[in-house]
Each structure stands twice: as structure tokens, then as C-alpha cells.
Design a protein around this ligand. Structure first.
Ligand code: SAH
Length: 366
């Protein structure tokens, strides 16, 4: 049993059951025991591999996608580029490197990285040490957006596999209404398990579309994802700019549970090893785009990652890389290509959503 397990058992004994959302927050970002604070999640030795870790093509293509928007926006003189949850800093450093082809854009950039893990901040600093412009690290999206406020500026936001790490709440339908799923101490007394809160929640807290769902259905909502989306949307509306969110997810309001735990590339029980396994859930892209539209912004997608990367030129990137590659490297490039775009790999599960301030701008990838 883990330290976080013992810590949570004590907490629950003192204060009563905690929500799934508090459990996720503790498991991922508790300053002492949290997964992102202690583990090295990404890569072959880690627990999972993200697209930027598969290939430099991913960050490079996203850099060119933003460059295209910058040109179409008539070259704003200053751009705040905010990345949410930069991990090892691979996406942002590949994105910066490719912009050597467009120094005018590169020179406008000021970077803001939103990161909860002090350990990952150190890794990101190392990855970005050759970047000449200003970089600021922020603990919250709100402080990053505040720093990016200003006239004659645009804000670009990129987030890959960030929203899936945000806490969610789960509700289950019973005879009396919807009950929140809570985390409590199991019967043996040394582990955690779920229970339903005996008190139904008021209907107003639930998405309209799901109020008539069948008995025992489960729904998931992420007040944190909603809050962050609203902040970003209102900021982009005020300051102009664009956001690109990439994650696994779905595009309708629906029932079903998606919270999962992964350790060493395998699914495990969400309570088996709190703090040692990654927790994540599928992202509701429909909710994100509905909120952005409420701020009077235009949204594109979600497109499947395979289609998006193909449309914005991944085949050309393969050719460029192949030119200076050995035959072993060429094989690796091809297998990375497959990993990123094939329907049975990351190509269809992962989706890409763009949010843009200017409704007349023609953007690539959708
Ligand atoms: N974008 C990277 C990493 C994805 S993992 C990649 O694609 O490889 C999720 C990242 O978000 C990690 O860097 C993690 O530390 C960070 N993170 C998770 N929850 C966070 C939160 N609530 N606030 C800030 N950063 C968070």
C-alpha cells in the first residue's frame, strides 16, 4: 500500500468521504505524493507515451499551424504562446525549433508554461535552454492569461493531453435522482473504494441533456475543464488569438464512465496504487466547443488527429526527415507516422479542437 493511500484513509476517517474529483487532484498533484510530482510518466520507461514523445514531427507541425495563423492574422507584433501541461517540454521545443524557418514569427513569441510539477519544470527548463525569448512558468491558467493581457498582442494556447488530467465529478442515477460518487475507506479498512452519496444533487448541477438518462447510468462532468475553457475563451475574445486542444475524447453529451488508471502501459484499478498510476478521463469536446461559442468565438473540429496531421502536411515532414536519415532512422520515422495517424493507434481516438477569435480566418487541418 502506498503513502498516499494511508494519507487518504486518515483524511477520510477525519473528514468523511471525498469526491472523485478531490481524489484525482490528490492522486495527481498532491505536493508530496502526487503522481505528476514524483513519477516520470512519459516515454518507453514511463507509464504512457504522448504524441510529442513519439516524434518531433508532432511539435513541428503544430508550430507551422500556428505560424500559418499568425501570417493570416496579419502578423501581430507580439504573441503570447501559452502551453498547458508541457510535460517534458518536447512539444514546445520542437515547435520553437521548426520556427527557424520564420524568424519574424519566432521573434514575436513570449512563452508561458502552466505546470503543476516542480520536477517537470526543471525538465522543461533544460529542454528550452536555447530559446532566446522570455519564458515564464505559471502554476495556474489564470495567472498565465493575466500575464498575456495587452493591446496589439495575440494569444496562442496549446494543450496536448492536459484536459484529460483535470479532475472530474461522477454522478450515478438512483431512484431519488443523481447521486455523486464518493471515495471512502473499503470494508477491510486498508484501501479505498467508491460509495454513492445518500443525498441526490439538485438538478441544476447536471447537464440538461442527461437528466432523463436511464437508472444506474453514470455521467462525468469536469467543472475545472469548464472553468479553464471559459477563462481562455474570454481572454481570446478580448485579446484575439487561437487555441488548439488535443486529447482523447468524444463529441456529444453522453452517459458512461471513462476514468482510468494506467501504470507501465497497463490499465490498473483506480484505487490500486494512488500516486503511482496515472489517472485520466476522456474529454468532452462538445462541452468545450459549446463554452467557446458562448464567448462568441469560432470553433473547428474536433477533427481526428490522423486527419488533422495529414491535412497539415505530415507526409511532407516525413519526406524532409527521411532526406538526412539512415535506413534504420527511416524505419523509425515510418513507425512514428503510423503511431500518430493510424486509426487503430492514435489517429482516431485522439481529437483536435481549434478555437479562433477571427471568424473569417481560413484555417488548416479541419
Ligand atoms: N503535454 C505533454 C504532457 C501531458 S501529461 C505531452 O503531451 O507530452 C499532463 C501534463 O499536465 C503534465 O505536465 C502535468 O504535470 C501537467 N498537469 C496535470 N494537471 C495539472 C494541473 N492541474 N495544473 C497544471 N499542470 C497540470
Amino acid at each position: 500500500m502506498t503513502n498516499l493511500n494511508d494519507h487518504l484513509i486518515k483524511l477520510i476517517r477525519l473528514h468523511g468521504p471525498i469526491s472523485i474529483s478531490s481524489y484525482i487532484t490528490e492522486a495527481l498533484t498532491n505536493p508530496k505524493f502526487g503522481y505528476y510530482v514524483n513519477q516520470t510518466p512519459f516515454g518507453k520507461e514511463g507509464d504512457f507515451i504522448t504524441a510529442p514523445e513519439v516524434s518531433q514531427m508532432f511539435g513541428a507541425l503544430i508550430g507551422l499551424w500556428f505560424a500559418d495563423i499568425w501570417l493570416k492574422m496579419k502578423r501581430p507584433v507580439k504573441v503570447h504562446l501559452i502551453e498547458l501541461g508541457p510535460g517534458k517540454g518536447t512539444l514546445i521545443s520542437d515547435l520553437i525549433r521548426v520556427l527557424d524557418v520564420l524568424p519574424d514569427f519566432l521573434n514575436t513569441l513570449e512563452l508561458h508554461l502552466v505546470e503543476a510539477s516542480p520536477q517537470l519544470i526543471e525538465v522543461q527548463k533544460e529542454a528550452l535552454k536555447t530559446f532566446k525569448g522570455k519564458i515564464t512558468w505559471h502554476e495556474t491558467v489564470k495567472t498565465a492569461l493575466t500575464a498575456a493581457e495587452g493591446d496589439d498582442m495575440a494569444t496562442f494556447v496549446i494543450a496536448n493531453e492536459f484536459f484529460d488530467a483535470l479532475p472530474i465529478r461522477q454522478f450515478q442515477k438512483g431512484d431519488l435522482g443523481w447521486h455523486e460518487r464518493m471515495v471512502t475507506v473499503d470494508e477491510k479498512g486498508d484501501g479505498l473504494s467508491t460509495m454513492l452519496s445518500p443525498f441526490p444533487v439538485p438538478d441544476a448541477e447536471l447537464p440538461d441533456h442527461l437528466k432523463n438518462a436511464e437508472l444506474h447510468s453514470v455521467i462525468e462532468v469536469s467543472p475545472m475543464a469548464d472553468y479553464i475553457t471559459r477563462l481562455i475563451s474570454e481572454h481570446i475574445k478580448r485579446n484575439t488569438g487561437a487555441a488548439l486542444f488535443i486529447d482523447y475524447g468524444y463529441n456529444e453529451y453522453r452517459t458512461g464512465e471513462t476514468l482510468q488508471a494506467i501504470e507501465k502501459h497497463k490499465f490498473v484499478d483506480i484505487f490500486e496504487r494512488p500516486g503511482y498510476a496515472d489517472l485520466s478521463s476522456h474529454v468532452n469536446f462538445r462541452k468545450i466547443s459549446d463554452l467557446a461559442k458562448q464567448s462568441d468565438l469560432k470553433t473547428y473540429g474536433p477533427a481526428m488527429q490522423g486527419k488533422f496531421l495529414t491535412d497539415i502536411g505530415i507526409a511532407e515532414r516525413v519526406q524532409i526527415l527521411n532526406k538526412s536519415a539512415t535506413s534504420k532512422q527511416q524505419k523509425d520515422i515510418l513507425s512514428a507516422l503510423k503511431r500518430l495517424i493510424a486509426p487503430d493507434e492514435m489517429g482516431t481516438l485522439f481529437k483536435v479542437l481549434a478555437i479562433i477569435s477571427d471568424p473569417d480566418l481560413e484555417i488548416a487541418g479541419f
